[in-house]
Design a protein around this ligand. Sequence first.
Ligand code: SAM
Length: 225
Amino acid sequence: MADLMEILAAQADPGVRIGVFAESLHAEETPELRELERKALGDGIPIIRPHTRGLIQCILEMKAPRRILEIGTATGYSALVMYTYAPPGCSILTIEKDPDRAAEARRSFDRFGADRIELIEADAAQVLKELTGPYDLIFLDAAKGQYIRFLPELIRLLPPGGVLLTDNVLKEGEILESKFAVTRRDRTIHKRMREYLSAISRDERLRTVLLETGDGAAISVRRRG
Ligand code: SAM
């Protein structure tokens, strides 16, 4: 696998090469998580990439969160990554609207004995309004076109110093392109993601940095004072 990654890294353009190289370094992962990752990928479920997992692991070490909120559970892989590497006692609330994925995630949580993960099976647009927070870390990994709608509630749920990590913000680089270079079908997502990136970058309550990690990640920290 590592050899294949090196070959791919050598053939791709420089931006892609850096990403492939970074992914090939593989941040630590337990055998149980690796099995879950393999199954999700085999079933075509989009889950965080290894480089994003590494970013999450670093944030967990830096931030040592006590409460995490995740939007977009899928089959539970990223929630279990956070559960495995967060400090003992940290609780995770994760939201998934797809019943089949939520059911599979619940089975995975049971298998891992992850009793500090709570899953709400519903549309996050409804659930977020009802949450009181605060959450030290919010991981946003759901439908890209909805991020801008979620943002006011996410900021409300973040305490000073709290971290909002948003995944898949570059959409394989498509977000950098002019809207005219994007297929008509993808224009709404393109527009909304641009609006979201602009909002998290300009909002005075946040400090945001955009990273090339995985499919693009944004880290936003709620400013103190
Ligand atoms: N975080 C997961 C992981 O890395 O293991 C992957 C999440 S997958 C990229 C996105 C998930 O968000 C899908 O399973 C989808 O059903 C869910 N989703 C999309 N929009 C949602 C919404 N409004 N509320 C709740 N879940 C949503």
